[in-house]
Ligand binder design. Structure first.
Ligand SMILES: *Cc1c(COP(=O)(O)O)cnc(C)c1O
Length: 504
């Protein structure tokens, strides 16, 4: 079926009317709604379908009430989920309607790859990165996939570098495989040096045959989110070892950054150049901090300073960029490494003329062959809101996170984590979009996350901090608004404390 203008009009009308409805108040469906929706799921494949109209009714009336409000309610504070801006939501429906396969750069046939590459270039601009420096850029399924790309490129680079030292310039993991490449390069160990890595980094190391155990945490004792640069030098010096350094630019439990000023990134760059190491930045949500301008966010800006010195960067679209799942992005400075690792060989029917300046075919620079047109929602959202719009969203998110943190800091019942020696203004200046805390009362603390979730009104995630349960807000929805949201949050938290003291 061709996409007629009436199809698009219908889609636009549907999404616009969904957006006009008040977003659901509660972050979670009621237990009854959940049970009901589960019971309504089709048990057997129908022989005859029930048709389009009935199907849509079935989904909206029976099933959707069982969804959580992760994107449509701004009160869902779990897992840095993000929402979807109206422009991105509409564009995502168009992606489905047009069903472009963005796989090969075919400039005479479609503008899709041009749009994807331009979007990535606009994204560089948004994040204060010079697009000309990041020629290997692509959209991925999310930050996990981007981390796989980063470690794959890093793996290729560090063994090539080690082989060059041994006068064998031809080594390519992509070509001859990891074992042979390591052997030829005289390398018997690969290490990935980092501080508080996201779990997906170990997963990426496992997928790529380097092993989860190759991820080594070298953090400062006093500040475990920070990379220990003295130790870094010692580890890089290890004979027979090739290294990738992964900078956790905003760590998922605390939102804190692995580096805190430009000079630290410059020193890391200098050391990595000396030892042929690759610098990857996991900036899934932290890279967005580069948008900030006001002195109120100086600590965050310093945490993002110098990230442009890295070799590769991971970012997420479905987190702070607030586009629908599944969307991540990846930038690397090394165009030639992209094809060493990802070149789809011998697919003559897929070839397009590729000179060094032309847009690279997505299938030759990332994991997938056929690909969804993930760029369009990002393009639409950047076009609709621009730099100022995105900065405003991020500032509102940080302001709400800081409002929550201030409330907790001043309350009798809770403590803000990680414990800071400074005063409240210092504690707040470190807050990005994540607030980690626990109840002082051990009994309440054990039940805290479940009790908050049981209200259904707001959603928080549980985690562990220094061996004890802790609770975490991640403010990542574009609708975040301290005036509307903070009163609800404080009310829910206070009610949880009161209920428990009543029952004990
Ligand atoms: C969320 C996150 C990831 C994984 O991202 P997905 O998009 O869920 O795959 C990786 N690194 C960091 C720092 C994250 O916050």
């Amino acid at each position: 079926m061709l996409v007629g203008s009436d199809t698009i009009a219908k889609l636009s009308a549907a999404i616009t009317s969904l957006q006009k409805e008040d977003p659901p108040e509660d972050a979670l469906p009621s237990d009854q709604a959940l049970t009901h929706a589960r019971a309504q799921l089709l048990q057997r494949l129908p022989t005859k379908g029930i048709g389009l109209e009935e199907t849509i009714k079935h989904i909206t009336n029976d099933i959707a009430p069982g969804f959580n409000g992760s994107s449509r309610s701004s009160h869902y504070y779990g897992f840095v989920t993000g929402g979807s801006t109206p422009a991105a939501s509409l564009a995502d429906n168009l992606v489905t309607a047009y069903d472009q396969n963005v796989q090969v750069h075919l400039p005479k046939e479609t503008v899709a790859t041009d749009l994807e590459d331009r979007t990535l270039s606009l994204l560089c601009e948004l994040l204060n990165l010079d697009p000309a420096q990041w020629p290997h850029r692509t959209f991925t399924t999310g930050a996990t996939a981007s981390n796989v790309l980063g470690l794959a490129c890093g793996r290729e680079h560090i063994l090539t570098e080690a082989a060059v030292v041994r006068n064998d310039a031809t080594t390519s993991v992509g070509e001859i495989g990891l074992f042979e490449a390591m052997h030829r390069a005289g390398i018997d160990k690969i290490q990935i040096l980092t501080s508080v890595p996201h779990s997906s980094l170990r997963k990426a190391a496992s997928i790529l045959g380097m092993g989860r155990a190759s991820v080594k945490v070298i953090a400062l004792d006093q500040a475990p989110h920070k990379l220990d640069i003295i130790q870094l030098k010692k580890f890089l010096e290890t004979p027979g070892t090739a290294s990738i350094v992964s900078i956790s630019a905003a760590e998922v439990n605390t939102g804190l950054f692995a580096t805190s000023r430009l000079s630290e990134m410059q020193e890391i760059r200098r050391l990595c150049d000396m030892y042929g190491a690759w610098i990857h930045v996991d900036g899934a949500f932290g890279i967005q901090g580069r948008l900030l301008a006001s002195p109120a966010y100086a600590t965050i800006r310093n945490g993002c300073a110098g990230l442009e010195l890295a070799d590769s960067i991971t970012g997420d679209g479905h987190k702070l960029l607030n586009v629908p799942y599944d969307c991540g992005f990846f930038f690397s400075k090394h165009r030639e490494i992209a094809s060493h690792v990802f070149q789809n060989p011998n697919a003559a029917y897929l070839s397009s003329s590729e000179d060094s300046k032309s847009i690279m075919s997505p299938l030759n620079i990332g994991i997938e062959n056929s690909r969804r047109f993930r760029a369009l929602p990002v393009y639409a959202s950047l076009t609709a809101y621009g730099r100022d719009g995105y900065r405003d969203i991020l500032e509102r998110q940080i302001d709400l996170a800081r409002g929550i943190a201030e409330f907790l800091y001043k309350s009798e019942a809770f403590e803000l984590l990680p414990k800071s020696k400074g005063d409240i203004s210092e504690a707040l200046s470190n807050i990005y979009i994540i607030v980690l805390f626990r109840a002082k009362d051990e009994g309440l603390n054990k039940e805290l996350v479940d009790r908050i979730k049981a209200t259904k009104r707001i959603y928080v995630s549980g985690t562990a901090w220094e061996g004890k349960p802790a609770c975490r807000f991640a403010v990542s929805n574009w609708m975040a608004d301290i005036k509307k949201d903070l009163p609800l949050i404080t009310q829910v938290i206070e009610s949880v404390v009161e209920d428990r003291s009543k029952n004990h």
